[in-house]
Design a protein around this ligand. Structure first.
Ligand SMILES: *Cc1c(COP(=O)(O)O)cnc(C)c1O
Length: 685
């Protein structure tokens, strides 16, 4: 673990938010906390809400989704003017957007109206800063047209200063905004809920008591996060400036001259450096550079240190004054300005450590592992013996070669230490106990009706565990050798008030509805049943049908599908990326598109990993191996991208075959994939 890291003191952020919201509250001003510089870090959003902000302002949809998926329960305000291409996502995922273009508002209107929604908009007025906003003369004619549109409602006016033109908020320009609002209310006969005056540059005007009455809303980022107003960047009274500290390690520490030796040319960034001769100095090299931060925006926490310069991956610090207090391997800390903070929060090389009471606060409370056993025919005694040794959990041998088996404990033995290293709290529920599971269900003579009854029963047993874990803000991981265990997971999800989107990694569609000769039967019907197709009893198990909405379902890695099944998949309107799509687009693009399709408008993501999606050379121990699956590297990439999106809310991993995996190769490799889904990097951590 030698990455640079940034500590994020959530208590200081909460305190700063409280200072600012109290100040604003005194003047009747509500505050939306702006999290964009932290890339929508959920812990930061929660700290701001604890400190009294009434909404979260964000400039990017990805960040809003990440915040929502991780339990940030607040109205969301989209700050950046929406692109035409994103209106569908915005009306489903955002409460209020800031707008200045009539054609975008018309598109929002159309998208919202089609869904029976009303989307709230704040019209931005340009008071002279020349970034976003309608010129005041155009406000009334444009608003008249907006009033004709169904599906959108004007709830306020807003302005943004000090961003491009550096125009400072004043009694005069803020007064003009209030006048625009009153004028609009008079002409249109409406009441505006918000007159949103601006950002952290308005703090001085507010504190001086001169902010015109009528301004009742602000959108504050930097003031809360870095404790500064932004006209002069002066520290704001009663706030902390060091909620964020960047830490990097000393990797070289040597006495060197202060002037380079030899003829000098351009440096690595094309500049001709100049040096001042300070004689010999003690110089530290740190493992951070321009790749990760804006060096000009960093200031050493220890005032005796000074930054000499940086290349892509190295930061040079003069530590002469501190002398032998600094040692090789020490972490040195730096305060950051807005631009350095933005770079550090965006850099994938900088680890983020949101701290509350000194410990890293995870976006969720922990992980709950649940094993779902099934009955299996394991004929070869040697296999059984090896499984008992490896997994240690095969239930007593039932005469006739049937065993009751679950991959849960075996995989857990690899996973739990890995999760603990990542800092997650893990509850291992072990295998669910199914006294009704017996050998009849595994023998080839069992009927479709028998098996269906079993699957329904298992689904009903699994569902409450999912509901419970997710509602307690934990991430459940269900493991089973039976793909039908997913049905129970989907049933559990369907009972939640907020339904997640779904990405299913599987070689098979799961869309069989008719019984055909020689097929795996119910395990191939899961997705169809969850969408309400096929066998009535199966589809309506648990009393909810359909359990899932097709809009937010994505199937990835499809390569083994019957022709009837293919027709139904098309009809179902779920989104599919076949192996051919992955070959053509690459896994990065496919994962990106899958995340968008499953994540938009939902409150998070469930992932089903049916092991059949993997190439059998990667995971040999699967129920129905099909050649040509996704590779080791592709799987890690997809898992890492899902981890980075911050959208994951629950997971099920199905399709293990113990018979094909006596050495537990598959169990090991799957554990690696799961860890990477929870943020473990192949390198780095
Ligand atoms: C970023 C942003 C803010 C917040 O600005 P701070 O200076 O961080 O307070 C407010 N409004 C809009 C439109 C923004 O884009």
């Amino acid at each position: 673990m030698s990455r640079p890291f940034i500590t994020i003191d959530l208590e200081k952020i909460e305190h700063n938010a409280r200072t600012i919201t109290r100040l604003c509250g005194k003047y009747g001003i509500e505050v939306a906390g702006v999290t964009k510089v932290t890339c929508g870090m959920p812990q930061v959003g929660k700290a701001m809400l604890r400190g009294g902000v009434t909404a979260i302002g964000e400039s990017r949809m990805e960040n809003i989704l990440r915040l929502k998926a991780n339990g940030v329960n607040a109205p969301f305000m989209l700050l950046r003017i929406p692109p035409l291409s994103a209106v569908e996502d915005i009306v489903t995922s955002v409460d209020i957007s800031l707008n200045s273009e009539l054609s975008v508002i018309a598109a929002l209107s159309e998208a919202a109206h089609r869904r029976g929604l009303v989307h709230k908009i704040i019209i931005m007025v340009d008071l002279g800063d020349l970034r976003e906003g309608v010129w005041p003369d155009d406000l009334l004619p444009m608003s008249r047209e907006i009033m004709e549109l169904p599906g959108v409602r004007i709830v306020g006016l807003g302005a943004n200063l000090s961003c491009y033109g550096g125009v400072v908020p004043s009694e005069e320009n803020m007064g003009r905004l209030v006048a625009c609002a009153r004028d609009l209310e008079g002409h249109l006969g409406i009441q505006l809920q918000y007159v949103s005056g601006g950002n952290s540059s308005a703090l001085n005007l507010i504190a001086s008591g001169k902010m015109p009455r009528g301004i009742n809303h602000m959108r504050i980022g930097e003031g809360i996060l870095l404790g500064r107003e932004t006209v002069k960047r002066a520290p704001w009274p009663g706030t902390y400036q060091d909620a964020f500290l960047l830490n990097a390690e000393v990797i070289e520490l040597k006495e060197k001259p202060s002037i380079p030796v030899g003829e000098t040319g351009e440096d690595a960034f094309g500049r001709k450096p100049v040096f001042e001769d300070k004689g010999e100095m003690l110089r530290a090299i740190l493992n951070i550079g321009r790749e990760d931060v804006d060096v000009a925006g960093m200031a050493p926490d220890d005032e005796r240190l000074s930054i000499l310069g940086a290349s892509s991956d190295h930061l040079l610090v003069d530590v002469t004054v501190a002398g032998d207090e600094i040692r090789l391997g020490d972490d040195l800390r730096f305060g950051l300005n807005y631009s350095a903070l933005l770079a550090a929060m965006t850099s994938m090389y900088v680890e983020k450590r949101p701290l509350r009471e000194g410990v890293v606060e995870q976006p969720h409370k922990g992980i709950v592992m649940i094993g779902v056993p099934s009955a299996m025919i394991l004929r070869a005694p040697s296999v059984v013996e090896r499984l008992v040794r490896g997994y240690g959990v095969i239930k007593p041998h039932i005469p006739g070669g049937v065993e009751i088996w679950s991959p849960g404990p075996g995989v857990a033995s690899y996973l739990i230490p890995g999760f603990e290293r990542l800092g997650f709290h893990v509850v291992n529920k072990g295998d669910l106990s199914f006294p009704f599971l017996s050998k009849e269900f595994a023998t080839e003579s069992s009927t479709f009706e028998d098996r269906k009854a079993l699957v329904i029963r298992i689904a009903e047993e699994v569902a409450p565990h999912i509901q419970e874990s997710v509602s307690e803000d934990c991430i459940p991981i269900v493991m089973s050798s039976h793909p039908a265990a997913s049905l129970g997971v989907y049933l559990g999800l369907s009972r939640l008030s907020n339904r997640p989107g779904l990405i299913v990694f599987s070689a098979h569609g799961g869309f069989k509805v008719a019984l055909e000769e020689g097929e795996e039967r119910i395990s191939r019907m899961t997705l169809a049943a969850a969408l309400g197709y096929g066998d009535e009893e199966l589809a309506s198990c648990g009393g909810i049908s359909p359990k899932l909405e097709p809009e937010n379902i994505v199937l990835v890695g499809l390569r083994d599908v019957g022709s009837e099944e293919a027709k139904l998949i098309t009809r179902s309107r779920i989104k599919v990326f076949t192996m051919e799509d992955i070959d053509a687009l690459g896994m990065r693009e496919v994962s990106y598109r899958a995340l968008r399709a499953a994540g938009m408008g939902t409150w998070g993501l469930h992932v089903t990993l049916d092991l059949s999606v993997l190439d059998p050379t990667v995971a040999p121990g699967v129920m129905k191996p099909v050649n040509g699956g996704i590779s080791y590297r592709e799987t890690h990439l997809a898992m890492e991208m899902i981890a980075m999106s911050g959208l994951l809310r629950s997971l099920d991993v199905v399709g293990f075959s113990p018979e094909r995996d006596p050495e537990m190769v598959t169990a090991r490799v799957i554990s690696e994939f799961i860890l990477s889904l929870f943020g473990k990097k192949i390198l780095g951590q």
